[in-house]
Design a protein around this ligand. Structure first.
Ligand SMILES: *Cc1c(COP(=O)(O)O)cnc(C)c1O
Length: 386
């Protein structure tokens, strides 16, 4: 038997749920229908991509959507469709996935990396305002870990300075902010269906937006510069083929029927873990949600220690207890590839502190029976108390 670092049997020996969850009958049937129809691409007359697009627009409380091959390209297409390009600056948070920055680089604009709020670790409105220059044209709040960024102050600031707002909703399918769905709160919102995300087809993405003109422009970026409803070989603007396939959409459309239940399950697990940690009196707790969170999609759970820890020891000791946790993102501003490509990084002390002290519980673990949240608390107690 493997011995845990502190000795004795590991707290957890049963495997955690795997991700993605097993396919269900509705997915199997729709994928098979698409395969047998021969209509695998979205331009052949099939309806699954358009049904998925309409469903996601509705989920986001807006009329329009454009399905894309992944969210990196989706963020690029949303920015470009909304007029962002070379010479512009786009303000992004330092504590996020690298694609929030590389999508900006794809447009030719400069990512300006700013600090997050020290408590909730989401984009700080004050840091955005401090970084605004005459070249700033857009801001990209990220709904990190499934909890919505505090959008009202960001939207107010954007209105004051005439900035475009693109929500990076890659981690937040189904989340709500002050009772309103995310994705539709800015000028555009972008979901990801990459393999680790809350809904996945292996890869995929979807852009949603409120304005017809934005929809037409973004659609054109994703469809080789065509005009919506125009000539097949007419390309009035420059665009690319960024489309999702019908086969991918067939995995995703039925998933929407169980998304709510999956969010409930992860929420119950997180609530149970929060109770267990408090009851055990451990110096570790959940990173708080930003103000205005009404539905957190719990893509992953960020834990923060109230005491200095040797994090790499904690991570390896937890893994030895059968509870593998993640160390999360390094600050974007420390990635030399980004700064060498022209990204500008403002000082980010809160992000640096978070990147050294936070650990993540993976989404697959949050899908376990909430009664098993005690395994995580017990392992933390063993590791922290020796
Ligand atoms: C996953 C992710 C992306 C990129 O999504 P892809 O579909 O993998 O391109 C962008 N931003 C954030 C915050 C993400 O988590």
């Amino acid at each position: 038997m493997t011995l845990a670092i502190h000795g004795g049997a590991p707290v957890r020996t049963a495997p955690w749920p795997s991700w993605p969850p097993p396919v269900d009958d509705a997915q199997r049937k729709l994928v098979t229908d698409v395969l047998e129809s021969g209509l695998w691409g979205a331009t052949q007359g099939g309806s699954v991509v358009s049904d998925l697009t309409a469903a996601f627009a509705a989920l986001s409380g807006v009329p329009y959507g454009v399905a894309v091959g992944n969210a990196t390209l989706g963020l690029f297409a949303a920015l470009r469709g909304l007029g962002v390009g070379p010479g512009d600056e786009v303000v992004i948070p330092a504590y996020t996935f690298v694609a929030s920055a590389t999508s900006v680089l794809l447009t030719g604009a400069t990512p300006v990396i700013v600090d997050v709020d020290p408590v909730d670790l989401h984009l700080s409105t004050a840091a955005v305002e401090a970084a605004i220059t005459s070249r700033t044209t857009a801001v990209m709040p990220v709904h990190l870990a499934g909890s919505p960024a505090d959008m009202d102050p960001i939207n107010d600031l954007a209105a004051d300075y005439g900035l475009v707002v693109v929500e990076d909703a890659a981690q937040a399918h189904g989340a709500t902010y002050r009772g309103r769905p995310i994705g539709g709160l800015g000028d555009a919102g972008v979901y990801s269906f990459q393999a680790s995300k809350a809904m996945t087809a292996g890869e995929g993405g979807l852009i949603v937006c409120r304005e017809e003109s934005a929809h037409e422009a973004i659609w054109s970026v994703c469809n080789l510069g065509r005009k919506l409803g125009g000539q097949w070989y007419g390309h009035p603007t420059v665009g690319w083929n960024l489309r999702l396939t019908e086969i991918q959409a067939a995995l995703l459309l039925p998933w929407l029927d169980r998304l709510e239940a999956e969010l409930d399950r992860r929420e119950a697990f997180c609530a149970a873990l929060e109770r267990e940690l408090a009851a055990a009196g451990l110096p570790v707790g959940l990173v708080p949600q930003p103000p205005g969170t009404t539905r957190d999609s719990r893509h992953l759970l960020m834990l923060r220690f109230d005491t200095p820890i040797d994090r790499s020891f904690v991570l390896s000791a937890m893994a030895a207890e059968g509870v593998p946790l993640d160390s999360g993102y390094p600050p974007l501003g420390t990635m030399s590839a980004l700064t060498e490509a022209g990204a500008r990084a403002e000082p980010c002390p809160a992000t640096r502190a978070a990147s050294e002290s936070v650990v993540w519980v993976r989404q697959s673990m949050l899908m376990d029976d909430p009664a098993r949240a005690s395994d995580i608390a017990e392992a933390l107690a063993k590791v922290l108390q020796g």
